[in-house]
Design a protein around this ligand. Sequence first.
Ligand SMILES: [Cu+2]
Length: 311
Amino acid sequence: MFGGASSFSGKVDAVFLYIAALTIAFLVFITFVMIYLVIRYRRGKGGKAQDIHGHLLLELVWTGIPLVLFLTMFYYGWTNYRYLREVPRDAMVVQVTARQWAWSFTYPNGRQTSELYVALGRPVRLDLKSLDVLHGFYVPAFRVKADVVPGKNNYTWFQAEQLGDFDIECTVMCGVNHSYMLSKVHVIAEQDFSAWYFGDSDVPVLSQAGPAGAPDPARGERIFKLKGCVACHSTDGSKLVGPTWKGLFGSQVTVLTDGKEVTLTADDDYIARSIHHPPKEVVKGFAPQMPKADLSDRDVADLVAYIKFLP
Ligand SMILES: [Cu+2]
């Protein structure tokens, strides 16, 4: 009866509407009966109070009917909940990593992306992991929502039924940039997905030690987006949670190290140190909020090259 962007959408909407309709019907019914009884039995001239001692049939009816209705709600909700939790065996498994304040996705072949790509009509299982605090994985169009709890592995799944791009949001207040913790699901046709998955895409397999070549700023930029640096650092001069990277390279930076203020030049070495050991030198005017990322030496070299490349 109901369609939607995923195999859940229609089912979740149907349960929701069923419960809402039943609730509204009861609200209207009870309100009208109440108003009627208040008027009918109001205190008037010559009225006389009456004692009533139970009415078996009436009590059976007003217990029985709601009981049956509420059990249908329960049954309907329960069967759908089971469907949401039972992942088909042939589902593709994608690891989802949440951190303040970005999502990343790792595919069975090791490819990592900051946006999710899935094939139309194919079930996808998402294994949810948080690196820091509580997050909530939510794709409104798919009616998919699951908590991502640090230290506990949660999961969810879906099967996309419509081509297109859909929003991913975080539902849990997870820090200052919570509301920017956004991403997308791209639902593409099966053959496009295979081409993307097996082909050469613009998204590299990260932290895989490639041939040691010259540091690559373009790869650095992709790491910047993929590893969530983009949530706290801008490249256009605006101040987010962390300092902007615009004009950073070669500038004078005042940092607090071991409780002392030191002014130094932001060179290769300083930037690499800031990434490897964030709390060691904390830029003046900022809180020590920078997390330690799992980056290889090559990743850091490419990030430094990217920062250098920025105006
Ligand atoms: Cu979050």
